[in-house]
Design a protein around this ligand. Structure first.
Ligand SMILES: C[S@@+](CC[C@H](N)C(=O)[O-])C[C@H]1O[C@@H](n2cnc3c(N)ncnc32)[C@H](O)[C@@H]1O
Length: 314
């Protein structure tokens, strides 16, 4: 589903084949055939915590419902042009990473999480949750509504958090609560909600529940049980292979050991741009620290095959 109807990407941007017409190119497209990530990337923006009070009031934000098999969440719509002065672009690597658009993987992830909760495979109540590459943040919002103790949202761009993620959190929470002047807001009376912008290569430095990979972390014995996030979520973050190692190292630094879980939704292959779930899982498998299993496969013809996977420490 392409929730954003913008067409004709500008030079320097690329699309992630979110519609059938985007997908058709040719079956010989393999990893790296055209990978804009091979081009030099600009220095990433600095890592910052974005306060809920820093919500944008200058960019037009309209809200609409999204129905997820009977669960209705609200999502905002803002114009990429208004926020980034980019015309008709899904994504400009290293500058704007696509967070203003709602990608189908995030809807797959919410549905999968809901079914995991219903089937008793996952409890979010009281958990510390991190959503990486959140954009609209619907999976994190779902965790919040399920009673997570803390939900921390990360996006590459602070503007995405200010113009879209924070308003979405506010739109989905009970109306009586208002954003405070502090860095902590709440979309459920129980949940601490915070927002962090920056690149995966260094965002761990400002995430509150990062536990490091040095002497502080012992993945095999679980000697550091109170640190780290209980559940990490991410959707449509696996398109660019050049960031896989940073992303995987970040997950290892942030996921609570030994019982932490990660749920990730993405396309099996992003033809033409190199990434995909399988390519990322080959990095995970090679490292040997984590197990993984498929939670859902979506082959609805609206895009190439999409998958949801669950990862945990061995
Ligand atoms: C295609 S968007 C997906 C947004 C949202 N999860 C969804 O499914 O609708 C990719 C997201 O990954 C994040 N991202 C991509 N590369 C990143 C990087 N190098 N460091 C931090 N975040 C990055 C961006 O924040 C962006 O929102």
């Amino acid at each position: 589903m392409a929730a954003n109807s913008e067409e004709n990407p500008s030079p320097g941007s690329f699309r992630l084949f979110s519609s059938l017409s985007d997908e058709k190119p040719n079956l010989n497209l393999g990893f790296g055939f055209f990978d804009p990530s091979n081009e030099p990337r600009p220095s990433p923006p600095p890592c910052v915590e974005v306060l809920s009070s820093e919500v944008s009031s200058s960019v037009k934000y309209t809200v609409e419902p999204v129905n997820l098999d009977g669960l209705t969440l609200l999502k905002g719509r803002v114009r990429t042009r208004e926020v980034f002065a980019l015309s008709n672009s899904d994504l400009v690597p290293g500058k704007y990473e696509g967070g203003l658009k709602l990608w189908e993987g995030s809807l797959d992830l919410v549905k999968a999480l809901r079914s995991e909760v219903v089937n008793g495979n996952l409890a979010l109540k009281g958990k510390r949750v991190l959503e990486l590459g959140c954009g609209h943040g619907l999976p994190g919002i779902f965790a919040c509504l399920e009673g997570a103790a803390a939900v921390h949202f990360q996006d590459f761009n602070a503007e995405v958090l200010q113009c879209l993620t924070i308003p979405n959190v506010n739109a989905n929470r009970p109306k009586r609560a208002q954003p405070s002047e502090t860095n902590v807001t709440s979309c459920d009376t129980e949940s601490e909600v915070r927002f962090f912008a920056g690149d995966w290569s260094e965002i761990d430095k400002i995430l509150p529940h990062e536990h490091g990979t040095g002497d502080n972390a012992d993945f095999s014995s679980g000697c550091n049980p109170v640190s780290g996030y209980d559940v990490i979520l991410m959707a449509e973050t696996l398109y660019s292979i050049c960031v896989f190692q940073n992303l995987y190292e970040l997950i290892k630094k942030c996921m609570s050991s030994p019982h932490g879980l990660m749920y990730m939704a993405a396309k099996k292959h992003y033809f033409g741009v190199g990434g995909g779930t399988r390519r990322f899982l080959s990095v995970v498998e090679k490292d040997g620290l984590m197990d993984f299993s498929m939670v859902a496969e979506v082959a609805d013809g609206s895009s190439n095959v999409r998958e949801v996977w669950k990862l945990s420490f061995k």
